[in-house]
Write a protein that binds this ligand. Sequence first.
Ligand code: PLP
Length: 423
Amino acid sequence: MSAYQNTIDFARAQDAADPLRDFRNDFHFPQHEGKPVIYFAGNSLGLQPKAAAAALKQELDDWATFGVEGHFNAKHPWYSYHEELTASTARLVGALPEEVVVMNQLTSNLHFLLVSFYRPHGKRVKILSEQRPFPSDTYAFASQIQFHGLDPATCLVEMVPRSGEHTLRTEDITQKIAELGDELALVCFGAVNFLTGQAFDIRAITEAAHHVGAKAGFDLAHAAGNLHLKLHDDGPDFACWCSYKYLNSGPGGVAGAFVHQRHLGKDLQRFAGWWGHDKKERFKMEREFKPMPTAEAWQVSNAPVLPMAVHRVALEQFDRAGMERLRAKSIQLTGYLRWLIEGISAANGNIFNIITPSDPADSGAQLSILVNGDGRGIFKRIAERGVVCDWREPNVLRMAPVPMYNSFEDAYRFAQILNASRS
Ligand SMILES: *Cc1c(COP(=O)(O)O)cnc(C)c1O
């Protein structure tokens, strides 16, 4: 017998026992016919924390009051604003404080890190990534390869699942890395693939890459705030992420970067800017660049305080909730939603095929459903009934039950709507 039940009472009992249930009240939910939508799109754009407006207003007020003096006199001085985000960020991704920095945006950070960690030479020129990473990452890899005068057609290698399978097996990835051997310069995967929701084994991939003398980096766009990450211990050379998906920091929010301790204070190639210069001497405005001994060495520009104000309150919520508790709830909540959808599918000629791996070790708060039938129509009908999720051509329905603000009742009501929207 299953531990789950397809009843509203069961769902409400789960919510009543959820230690994180009150966080839901700290977010603005879009409304549908006078009621909150079922918001399963937190992997595209997280909801707005109610505390965001006051945090933004604080900076606007301080700007009005102090003008340029706000750099030092604001309640949260702008000069060192990004430093206020360091400790929470390190906890969030399982890093040492000196290994992380909040700066720029995701694809920009990927480029800056590739400058340092994709250094093709001799026959070691290739980048290995997963099949169909988010297109921005593909553009970044290909343009970096071209930047070095090389050809993406031969230098960019993408791993394809075995025939008949939708996701990759770790043993196939590590074997591919071993095969590429001394032709491999870098392995760079999305830690969670945006389309399938598959979470990759960061440690195994990193170890395999290092074993053949290659670097390993991860795009955490769909992993930060979703998985319980341990970047320092798992040992990748670098990682980067955005803050507007699971991290609820607003459209185009400021992004993050990780550089492993082993690379800090080293004489690496980088594209430099004044905010990466040793902060004690930054305003001496000297000609020669002297990098910070931390991941802050990769900063190029001064901190974008307005998006950082929102990010700060969003990170405070993660600190209060704790990734361990979020992850525990996430496994239960995603498991419940999966069980409900599989029940509908089994009763209706296997109309839904969930391609996201079912083992919690291989997935996070996302389910990707391959629809056998009129997927677009189903997507349209559930949207009309107050569900916000995501559709990817040709026939994948993606949803993210986010542990920070989604409830078991959301999952139950979603399943009711999905069942009513099959045709
Ligand atoms: C969301 C996402 C992006 C978006 O890049 P931006 O620079 O934030 O616009 C890039 N890569 C991945 C893997 C993503 O999921």
